[in-house]
Write a protein that binds this ligand. Sequence first.
Ligand code: UD1
Length: 415
Amino acid sequence: MNKFLIKGGKPLKGTVTVSGAKNAVLPIIAASLMTADPVILEEAPDLIDVSVMTEVIESLGARVTRHGSQLHIQARVLESIEAPHDLVTQMRASIVIMGALLARQGRVRISHPGGCAIGSRPINWHLKGLEALGAEVRMDHGFLDVKAQALKGARIYLDFPSVGATENIMMAAALAEGTTVIENAAQEPEIVDLANFINEMGGKVRGAGTSVIHLEGVQELHGTTHTVIPDRIEAGSFLLIAAAAGGDVLVQNVISDHLKPLLAKMVEAGIRVVEEGDGIHISGDGLYQGVDVKTQVHPGFSTDLQAPFLGMLSRAQGASMVTETIFENRFMHVDELKRMGADIKIEGRTAIIKGVPSLTAAPVTATDLRAGAALILAALTADGTSEISGIHHIDRGYERIEEKLRGLGAEIRRV
Ligand code: UD1
C-alpha cells in the first residue's frame, strides 16, 4: 500500500495548473455511449476513477484510447448491457451509465451501487426519473434491471437537486421521444458541461445551470470533440492548501465563477485572494480568522470542499462552525485531524472547531478522496513528518498531486 510522507511547515511558492474536472468527465464518458461515432475528449484527467469509467464502457463494447490528456472513444456497436459488478462497486459514479445505455440500447443491468464511506447514498431519484420517462425497473439478485421499449419525454420534479439523478435523466431524455422538463434540477457546472457535450453531439438541451432543464429528444446523436471544464474542486483544494501552508501561489486554469462561495469564505477568513486572468493568486502567512460554513447544493458552498476547508480552519484564530447538509457521514477526516492536534467537536451535522496555534505530524489515514485533501493540507502545515495512508482514495480524484505540490516546493514523497 502506498503512503505519502509529508514534511510540513514550509510555505508554498509558484504556479500550479488545474486538470480537467473528474466529476464532469465521468458522465461525459458515459454519454459517449449514446453515439456510434468517434468522440474526442480534451483535458480528460488521468485518474483512477476515469480509468474505471473507461473500463466500464469498454466492457460494454466501446473502444477507448488515451493520447496524453485526450481520450478517444468510440462505441460503434455495444455488445453488452450489463456493467461488471466489480467495477461498479469500485466506483459509485458508474451509475451514470444507466441513462446513456437506456437511451442507446433500451436496457441496462447494473449492480445496485450501495453506500460508501460518506453515507448510504440511495439512487431512488435516478430510478424515479427514468421511470417517469417510461422505463421499467426491477431488482434481480442485487442487480437493477432497467428496460424501456421506448423512452418518452416527461415533466420530472426532483425532490432534491441530485447531481447524478439530473445527469442520468438528461442522458435518457436526450434520445427520448418528445420533450422532457427537469424541475429542481442540479445546477452544478458539471451539469452544464454535460449539456454542452450533448448539444455538441446534436442534442437539444436548454437551461442547464438553472433549476429547470428542457430537453427535446432527437433521433440520434453524432460524434464530437469536447474540452472538459477545469476541476473546481481540485482548484479549491489547491487554493486552500496554499492558503493554509502560507506563501504565494498562483492556481491557474480556474473558472472563478465556479468557486464563488469558497472565495467569499476565504476572503471572510482574511486570506488574500486576487483573480489574475484564468488564475487565482493566494498569499498569506497561514494564519486566519475562524468563519462559519454550511455546505449546500450549487451555487452554495460545495460539500467536496468541506474537508479541506475544515482542515484550514483547524489553525484559524477563534471558533468556527462547519455544517454538512448534503451527506450524512462526511466528517471522517475529523478524527484524523484530531490526531494531529486539532480541537474539533462534532454535534450532529455540525463540526465546532477551536483553532489551535499549530498542528503536529502524525500517521493518519485518508478515508475518502476529499478527506485525503484535508490531511495533505494539515500535514503541509504541521511540525514534523506525517505519514498518510489510504492514498488510493486521493489518486481517484487528484491528478499527479505530489508532482504538482512538489512544483510548489512541498516536501512530499510517495513510498
Ligand atoms: C456528485 C459528485 C460528488 C458531490 C455530490 C454533491 C460526481 C461523480 N460526484 O455526487 O463529488 O459531492 O454530487 O455535490 O459527480 N440522494 C438520494 N437519492 C438519490 C440521489 C441522491 O437520497 O437518488 C442523496 C445522496 O445520498 C446525498 C445527496 O442526495 O446525500 C446528494 O447526492 P447527489 O447530488 O446525487 O450526489 P452524487 O451525484 O452522488
